[in-house]
Design a binder for this molecule. Structure first.
Ligand code: ATP
Length: 342
């Protein structure tokens, strides 16, 4: 049985259905990223796991014990589920050690739990400092130590990095994800940032309008999205029309290989980095953006607009005619009309 198992969770607020029958599992020691656009229900699901919301329907089971179902509701303080919010607020008038002591009972403090946890996050030497004497990254490590100190069974993170500026965010999120793996903590990270979900999540659960629409390892959901919506939500994607015959589709960028058999008219997902752009006559360059590490071309082919990303400085300028060809791995296509099959 999975360590965390939420089944058929439904939650409505007045007229709004925030969660519409969500099933979610998290394995012991796994870090799961819950990714979705604003308003899709991520925070509500986290709050249901924590016991801060009572679900209208469904059950939450952690480590074999039922925390919520139609007859049971274990209050948040008895769930041993920690929650870390956006601001990671530390108490400014308390030292690092006393911040970590918050929420610990005397016996645990007596057994040296404060130093043990500070050592875990590598900050034992800062135990007597005050929050305003810490760097942003150190403050977040202290907040993490405070969350880890009471030995939660699960840690829930609600957009934990969104208040940090870009440089610090990249560093802190890698740090936190590594630490969670090191200590084997079962965790759920809510984010609306695709890149972040791939960095922190062993698996990513993609949410849309109150439902989980796909769960998988980052490379899996990126390469094999279950719908055009998931494809475009997980990064840039061209969704082109084509005609499929078993494991390939003919499209305006040539033959594209498929992971699974599809037949007849379909929409095929093509990542911009899987298109090559060269000398030729098929497409017209409509715009060029140079990012340093790569170049993005917007191209028009017979009235269809598509993006191509090439690891090279720009070779073409708007108005140039070019060739564009598919040069990627097997991808996915979605049948658009009923077809008789092979
Ligand atoms: P964001 O990324 O913007 O935080 P989210 O995916 O976390 O969004 P939720 O906060 O879970 O989304 O909200 C899901 C839906 O439920 C939204 O339509 C929201 O307006 C609604 N909702 C959430 N909490 C309440 C509440 N207490 N009362 C009424 N409606 C609510």
């Amino acid at each position: 049985m999975p360590f965390v198992q939420a089944s058929d969770i439904t939650k409505r607020f007045n007229g709004t259905t925030a969660l519409a029958g969500v099933d979610l599992t998290v394995e012991r020691g796994e870090s799961l990223a819950l990714l979705g656009p604003s308003g899709c229900g991520k925070t509500t699901l986290l709050r249901v796991l924590a016991g801060l919301e009572v679900p209208d329907q469904g059950s939450v089971i952690v480590s074999g014990s039922t925390l919520a179902d139609s007859t049971t509701f274990v209050p948040p303080e008895r769930r041993r589920i920690g929650m870390v919010f956006q601001d990671w607020a530390l108490f400014p008038h308390l030292t690092v050690a006393r911040n970590v002591a918050f929420g610990l009972d005397k016996a645990e403090i007596g057994r040296g739990r404060i130093s043990e946890t500070l050592e875990l996050v590598g900050l034992l030497h800062l135990a007597d400092r005050y929050p305003d004497e810490l760097s942003g990254g150190q403050a977040q490590r202290v907040a993490l130590a405070r969350a880890l100190a009471p030995r939660p069974r699960v840690l829930l993170f609600d957009e934990p990095f969104s208040n940090l500026d870009t440089g610090l965010r990249t560093q802190v999120r890698a740090d936190v994800a590594e630490l969670m793996r090191e200590v084997g903590m079962t965790s759920v990270f809510v984010t609306h940032d695709q890149e972040e979900s791939f960095v922190v999540g062993d698996r990513v659960a993609v949410m849309h309008e109150g439902r989980i629409v796909q769960v998988g390892r980052p490379a899996e959901v990126y390469q094999y999205p279950v719908s055009p919506w998931v494809a475009t939500f997980l990064g840039e994607a061209n969704v082109l029309n084509g005609v499929a015959n078993h494991r390939h589709v003919s499209t305006i960028v040539g033959h594209v290989p498929l992971a699974d058999p599809v037949y007849g008219p379909c929409q095929v997902v093509i990542r911009p980095e899987h298109l090559t752009v060269g000398l030729g006559d098929k497409a017209v360059v409509s715009s060029v953006e140079f990012y340093g590490h790569d170049t993005s071309y917007e191209l028009a082919v017979n009235g269809t607009t598509m993006l191509a990303r090439v690891i090279a400085a720009p070779r073409f300028t708007p108005g140039d005619r070019v060739e564009v060809t598919y040069a990627g791995p097997n991808t996915v296509a979605f049948q658009t009309a009923a077809h008789q099959g092979p």
